[in-house]
Design a protein. Structure first.
Length: 259
């Protein structure tokens, strides 16, 4: 059986490619491969990761036969718990994660996108949570992660209408970080992610931890942890070396190793 997921590594960057065109549908097989690939990233962390897809679109959604196979609510909950674990594990990765959407990005793929730290979209990308067409609500965290980025009202509109929204609209909603030209999109996304991979990886992980506290308990909780998290960076080679580089040569000259 041909693999649906490919993982490549170069210069500290891991590139996870969804490679099951033409629709890149979410199936039991793809779920299994995604879980195994995320396990590789957890076991041997890169300095940053880029998630992308092959084909004309990012994904047409979930293979609906997967839902048809569920005989009752209890069985469906088991499936949904397994599905939710995928974006949850991505969100917990201790390094920057970038999602590159070059075209139509529906349901599970969008839910993976909003679990990533940064979303890059081409000018022709469109996004949607269209589960309403089968009488379902999104199950992989997309609703709540969208609300965290854009607000509850926007999340209700997005899910309840089941419409597709262009990249410019989602950039205005603060869901998409940057909209890039179609020409050269893949190269630009890789360059962006590579730049993150060459940065102070441990500091990026600290930033993620601070914002995790903010998402859980707001500014007050983040303030309870920020000084401990930041102080811990003084045990890293990156901070020590960058401070010495700044003092000797000025800003912007330091190189980072992720240690």
């Amino acid at each position: 059986m041909a693999t649906s997921i490919r993982l490549d590594r170069e210069d500290g960057l891991a590139v996870l490619t969804i490679a099951s065109p033409p629709l890149n549908l979410y199936t039991a097989e793809l779920q299994h491969e995604l879980g195994e690939t995320i396990g590789e990233l957890e076991a041997t962390p890169p300095r940053a990761a880029l998630i992308r897809a092959e084909g004309k679109i990012v994904s047409g959604g979930v293979d609906v036969s997967l839902f048809d196979a569920q005989t009752d609510a209890a069985e469906a909950k088991v499936l949904f718990d397994e599905m939710l674990a995928i974006p949850d594990r991505i969100a917990a990765l201790p390094f920057p994660t970038v999602f590159a959407a070059h075209g139509l990005c529906l349901t599970w793929a969008f839910e993976v996108a909003v679990a990533c730290d940064i979303i890059l979209a081409s000018e022709k990308a469109k996004f949607g949570l269209v589960e309403r067409v089968v009488g379902l609500t999104p199950t992989m965290g997309g609703t709540q992660r969208l609300a965290a980025r854009a607000g509850v009202g926007r999340a209700k509109e997005f899910v309840m209408t089941g419409a597709t929204y262009d990249a410019a609209t989602l950039e205005r909603w603060n869901v998409v970080n940057r909209v890039l030209p179609v020409d050269g999109f893949d190269e630009a996304a890789r360059a962006f992610a590579t730049d993150l991979a060459q940065g102070p990886t441990r500091a990026h992980a600290a930033t993620k931890k601070v914002l995790e506290h903010y998402e859980h308990g707001g500014v007050a909780e983040a303030n309870e942890h920020i000084t401990t998290i930041a102080a811990g960076l003084f045990d890293t080679e990156d901070l020590r070396g960058a401070v010495k580089s700044f003092l000797a040569d000025g800003p912007g000259k330091a190189t980072f190793t992720g240690r």
